[in-house]
Design a protein around this ligand. Structure first.
Ligand SMILES: Nc1ncnc2c1ncn2[C@@H]1O[C@H](COP(=O)(O)OP(=O)(O)OP(=O)(O)O)[C@@H](O)[C@H]1O
Ligand SMILES: [Mg+2]
Length: 305
């Protein structure tokens, strides 16, 4: 299947964080004098509890091949407007879980309810409509390099168009105005007519966020959005994602390798180990025992005091 091949390709090009030193996994923005300062507004455990549920994942299992279970009986709710991070070692199943949420990967069994509707088996038009409600941001941006920032962002509206409108890139004035507003919110308005291959990684990722936002999604899925960025660009991206939750009420789900970043920016953290949810709680609850449960003994010294 095309999606599976693409995922395999990504696996090959991905940085293997498990082979890196602990310090690389534990990026701390505080160590960079240019990126300290603003306090991040995250919800308390009580506030998260009171948020309405937007998606429920029940008994989700995924086997890519018979007998090799990658997700094992995964159960959790996703709240409307929360920033939820998924952490875990390489191969834990983070990307598989994220891609199951918008059905880019078909779960082997289990159920996903989105907005009180079972989306596990929907097909065709209904599936396409559901996907317009879920934006996606990737580690390697997935932009069309030879097209401008503006055109890439406008691509986010394609899910709403018929194929003729799509082929001829027919955008309405209001779509263009909206795209421009979002590009400005993300601070990349000076680059609007530049080709995307002329941008830095951090700028490309902001184009990725803008493209997801013009889709007017209820949920944005981010698969390692900062894994290819330096600490300063990473902070900018995380701040934009945080703002999207706080100001637009959009749910943001982020796969992350950096435990510190997850702790700083999330309302809630899910820890995956070998396809199982071994932690589901508030960032304050992350301690030595939790880290050991998620990462195993190799990460004994991966502790934030
Ligand atoms: N298309 C596929 N076909 C077969 N096995 C796969 C496929 N995609 C992933 N896997 C396997 O499923 C397991 C989970 O992979 P996944 O990419 O979800 O992990 P991850 O937590 O996102 O890892 P990373 O941190 O390296 O991105 C791994 O053992 C991986 O080799
Ligand atoms: Mg992954």
């Amino acid at each position: 299947m095309a999606v599976d091949n693409k995922l395999k390709e990504e696996q090959k090009t991905k940085t293997d964080f498990n082979k890196k030193a602990t310090d690389d996994v534990l990026i701390s923005f505080d160590e960079d004098p240019e990126v300290t300062g603003e306090t991040v507004e995250v919800a308390s455990k009580e506030e998260v509890k009171q948020m309405p549920v937007i998606m429920s994942i029940e008994n989700l299992n995924k086997e890519y091949s018979k007998g090799k279970t990658v997700l094992k009986d995964v159960n959790f709710d996703i709240k409307k407007g929360e920033l939820l991070s998924i952490i875990g070692p390489s191969g834990a199943g983070k990307s598989t879980l994220l891609r199951s949420i918008n059905r880019m990967i078909e779960p082997t069994s289990g159920k996903i309810d989105f907005d009180n509707k079972n989306i596990t088996k929907i097909k065709g038009k209904e599936l396409r409509k559901m996907r317009t409600n879920i934006g996606m941001i990737f580690q390697h941006y997935n932009l069309v390099d030879r097209l401008s920032v503006f055109e890439n962002v406008l691509h986010g509206t394609l899910g709403y168009k018929n194929s003729i409108q799509g082929i001829f890139s027919m955008y309405t004035e209001s779509e263009k105005e909206e795209a421009l507003d979002i590009i400005t919110e993300l601070g990349i308005q000076d680059h609007i007519y530049k080709r995307c291959d002329e941008l830095s990684g951090g700028q490309k990722q902001r184009v990725g966020i803008a493209r997801a936002l013009v889709q007017k999604p209820k949920i944005i899925l981010c698969d390692e959005p900062i894994a290819s960025l330096d600490p300063s660009s990473s902070r900018i991206i995380m701040e934009h994602l945080r703002k999207i939750c706080n100001e637009k009420g959009i749910t943001v789900i982020v796969n992350l390798h950096q435990v510190d970043v997850a702790k700083n920016y999330s309302d809630r953290i899910i820890g995956l180990n070998s396809g199982e949810v071994v932690f589901n709680g508030h960032p304050n609850e992350i301690n030595k025992e939790v880290i050991q449960k998620i990462y195993g003994t190799d990460f004994d010294d991966l502790i934030m005091e």
